[in-house]
Design a protein around this ligand. Structure first.
Ligand SMILES: *Cc1c(COP(=O)(O)O)cnc(C)c1O
Length: 388
């Protein structure tokens, strides 16, 4: 089956009661256990409820994984995975431009439990090799990265991990399983914040881990105690959303490319960051390891002399207030196009000096392309650039 078909059909629970085409929602937290055929006690926090399994089956099909777990948030998936696979005295290598929550977990929580870490520029494979110590157990990457859409060579990192006997983990949230399948490139574990593209309608919070049966078992035993499971109703909403994942993401890929191309030709725009543009420094690599280039893009806005803004930040904020259709909002991956100033939102807590080295300027805007008609989106940007 191809992706759009898998999105619709994989994992669906066939109801024997009325032959419904959708999975029923199983809410019971208490279940009979005196059944010689049952091999485990069914309980939400044991990650083995029917609606949890239906979503896992669909995601395993989409990511070519053997097994997985559905969590109550992306961070529950990430923190549980790291706690399950690392212990006191271990060391992990993390890509340096990670999602903020993951960065904080690595830098503050893991350390409290005696787990050491190194952050590296994962584009530099020699630096990745050099960061590996005798007690290193795991490498963690995220590509495309937030918010500059930097591309890491997934197959190369996976090969290093294999050679050095480390577990390799990737946060595949930005790409989605429609655009990128890291397990096929040799990674051991794929993590998603389902709150973004998988949920896709900006109305549910969830996360997922897809991996091998062996690794899933190791994560599961820790997950039982940490307890970040997802309830049946939200699992059902996630399953419903996933049916249109391929449709949505294909449109978001197209919209992001069209918006990027438009912005590139605007005199008010300095630099556009989108892996689908030929002048993006990760374009060739992205073309090799991705099917589509994703729905995320960012760009730098030039200071507008007629806007009377007193600072670069205010100039960016002023531009946002002139957009009529595209909402300035946090998060990403929904059907609606949204925009934010990372220096004000995802990176607000990063000290100015660090922000500068990361390349996150006050004039940087991040777009999450939705599924609207691209002409409406471009018209909105056009009128805002004219009037701000
Ligand atoms: C949002 C996000 C997370 C965290 O997910 P939550 O569902 O908010 O816990 C992790 N990684 C990436 C890339 C994200 O965008």
């Amino acid at each position: 089956m191809l992706k759009p078909t898998q999105c619709v059909h994989e994992g669906t629970i066939r109801s024997r009661i009325h032959q419904g085409v959708n999975s029923p929602i199983f809410t019971s937290t208490s279940a009979g256990y005196i059944d010689p055929e049952a091999d485990a006690l069914v309980y939400p926090r044991h990650f083995n409820m029917p609606n949890q399994k239906a979503v896992v089956d669909k995601l395993c099909a989409l990511e070519n994984g053997e097994a997985g777990l559905i969590f109550s948030s992306g961070m529950a998936a990430i923190s549980t995975t790291l706690f399950a696979l690392l212990q006191k005295g271990d060391h992990a290598v993390f890509q340096n431009d990670l999602y903020g929550g993951t960065y904080h977990h690595a830098a503050f929580n893991l350390q409290k439990y005696g787990i050491d870490y190194t952050f590296v520029d994962a584009k530099n494979l020699e630096a990745v090799e050099e960061a590996i110590q005798s007690n290193t157990r795991l490498i963690y990457i995220e590509t495309p990265s937030n918010p500059l859409l930097k591309i890491t060579d997934i197959a190369a990192v996976a090969a290093i991990a294999k050679r050095r006997n480390l577990v390799s983990v990737i946060d595949n949230t930005f790409a989605t399983p429609i655009n990128q399948n890291p397990l096929d490139l040799g990674m051991d574990i794929v993590i998603h914040s389902g709150t973004k593209y998988l949920g896709g309608h900006s109305d549910i919070c969830c996360g997922a881990v897809i991996t091998s049966c062996e690794i899933a078992k190791r994560i599961e035993s820790c997950a039982h105690q940490l307890g970040g499971s997802l309830n049946a109703s939200t699992c059902y909403l996630l399953e419903r959303s996933l049916k249109t994942l391929a449709l949505r993401v294909t449109r978001q890929n197209e919209n992001a490319l069209l918006i990027s191309q438009y912005l590139q030709g605007c005199p008010q725009i300095e630099t556009v960051y989108y892996p689908g543009l030929e002048n993006h420094n990760g374009h060739e690599l992205a073309a090799r390891q991705m099917v589509g280039f994703g729905g995320m893009l960012s760009f730098e806005l030039k200071l507008n002399s007629k806007s009377n803004a007193v600072s670069v930040k205010e100039n960016s904020r002023r531009f946002l207030t002139h957009l009529q259709l595209i909402r300035p909002a946090t998060s990403l991956g929904g059907v609606e196009t949204i925009v934010c100033i990372p220096a004000d939102t995802s990176h607000v807590e990063v000290p100015p000096k660090e922000k500068e080295t990361m390349g996150i300027k006050d004039q940087l805007l991040r777009f999450s392309a939705g599924i609207e008609d691209p002409n409406d989106l471009i018209s909105d940007i056009e009128q805002a650039l004219k009037s701000f």
